[in-house]
Ligand binder design. Structure first.
Ligand SMILES: C[S@@+](CC[C@H](N)C(=O)[O-])C[C@H]1O[C@@H](n2cnc3c(N)ncnc32)[C@H](O)[C@@H]1O
Length: 430
């Protein structure tokens, strides 16, 4: 059967002239705000449109899991292996998923060696444990219960992992309704969007997917020249996130959304260094305990190219760790401090790159040393100083040519992260 996908005559899908395999090219001048294609909602592949939607819906309570991906993955397991699938033309674009070289498929030693310090290995280990657990505890019991639709011999853990990678690198999530983004809503489940997933991503994208009640539309967000590639955005993604989820990176410096993390624990480690008296140590430990509770699962401060993206948290930690015994007692008695909005505004300025030199000396020192500690965790910059930051990156970049694609991607991530950390050290130098 046919789907009424409408493609503008000004674009085409191509394997040539794109950054990676398939992509979309402009075959004519495109203005801002033009609709490049529309996809009716009936063409989307997800748990509600699949042939197995009824059983997934009926038994959905047994399919709950931490990722929330199980129903889509069961639909994909079924459709991907069904010769009669409505999505056969779409799914047969992927006879296997060999081109998806996500770090989750790299040998452990290679991953740990290449990605040391980037945070990706840790994320992949969490993913792998989660995928296995969801397959064993949720998927396998379910497919065993429905032998006319699935079979453990066909729908193996291996195939499941490949489809997880497919969902990671190709799926879309509908933005949540409701203006209030303070409200913690459950994320909407992912879905497959044929045609839209042919577009590659860059941070400086020129198109964007819009969701309407009847259909999804790819719309240009600025003029596109004839012959240029049409780029979607997969979100504001740092290079480590792109490598983790999609298996690629943007070349060094071109990713305007790049970030580097400083583990919160590094700031604490720095703060405890050089403490002489037991009393001071005890105070610091108490402050840390209070902070751990306040921070909940926030494990790292995130620094982007323009400054700190977690400035409120960073401010809290700096303030508490630098309190005297009296200030800390008062803080505990009052169950916090009085926030004034003006103060908050100033703070986000202070943690922008421009404002950092104006920071209190003790805060600057803490950030500086924590950044230094973090840079050391990459294990390859012994003896380098912050001043060398950019030379070092250029040197490393010069070696790119002799590297394989995994090594290249790993290097792009490390260069970007370390450049941000070195710059932070530069700005907080005393
Ligand atoms: C949604 S698909 C895009 C279509 C894909 N090029 C294809 O041929 O199937 C996402 C995948 O495209 C590739 N990709 C997207 N943007 C890229 C970029 N800027 N540079 C390199 N590869 C990119 C990555 O392999 C990623 O996992």
């Amino acid at each position: 059967d046919r789907v009424s996908l409408v493609l503008s005559s000004k674009v085409c899908v191509s394997k040539e002239g794109t950054v990676a395999h398939y992509g979309m090219l402009a075959t004519d001048e495109i203005e801002e705000g033009e609709v490049l294609f529309t996809i009716p909602r009936s063409a989307l592949l997800h748990q509600g449109t699949s042939k197995v939607s009824a059983v997934l819906e009926k038994e959905k309570s047994s399919l709950e899991s931490s990722s929330g991906w199980v129903p889509l993955l069961l639909a994909l397991l079924y459709e991907y292996t069904s010769p009669q699938s409505h999505w056969r033309p779409y799914l047969s674009l992927w006879t296997d998923f060999k081109t998806l070289d996500l770090p989750m498929f790299w040998p452990t030693e290679e991953r740990d060696a290449l990605l040391r310090g980037t945070g990706i290995s840790e994320a992949v280990n969490r993913d792998l444990a989660n995928i296995r657990r969801e397959y064993m505890d949720v998927v396998l019991p379910f497919i065993t219960k429905h032998p006319h639709l699935w079979s453990p011999d066909t729908h193996t853990l291996g195939l499941y992992m490949q489809l997880v990678a497919f969902v990671m690198a190709y799926s879309f999530q509908e933005p949540q309704e409701g203006e209030d983004d303070d409200e913690e809503e459950a994320a909407s489940p992912p879905m497959m969007v044929p045609m839209a997933d042919m577009l590659n991503h860059v941070s400086n994208h020129n198109a964007n997917l819009e969701f309407t009640p009847d259909c999804l539309k790819m719309v240009s967000v600025r003029p596109i020249q004839k012959g240029e590639e049409v780029f979607n955005t997969y979100g504001e993604m740092a290079n480590w996130q792109l490598l983790h989820m999609y298996g690629f990176t943007e070349p060094y410096r071109s990713n305007s959304n790049d970030t580097a993390d400083i583990p919160v624990a590094n700031l604490y480690r720095v703060a405890t260094q050089g403490i002489q008296s037991d009393l001071d140590r005890q105070l610091m430990e108490e402050q840390w305990e209070v902070l751990c509770e306040m921070m909940q699962d926030k494990a790292a401060f995130v620094f982007g190219k323009q400054g700190c993206l977690t400035d409120t948290e960073l401010h809290t930690v700096l303030k508490v760790l630098c309190m005297s015994k009296e200030e800390f007692s008062e803080f505990k008695e009052n169950e916090g401090w009085e926030e004034d909005d003006e103060d908050e505004d100033k703070i986000s300025l202070v943690f922008s790159n421009e404002g950092l030199p104006g920071l209190k000396a003790s805060w600057k020192w803490l950030i500086h040393e924590a950044a230094r500690l973090t840079v050391r965790s990459y294990g390859d910059d012994e003896g380098k100083t912050e001043g060398e930051g950019s030379d070092w990156a250029l040197n490393d970049q010069a070696t790119l040519a002799g590297l394989n694609s995994r090594q290249q991607n790993a290097l792009q991530v490390r260069c970007g992260q370390k450049t941000i950390l070195y710059r932070l050290m530069e700005l907080t130098k005393s």
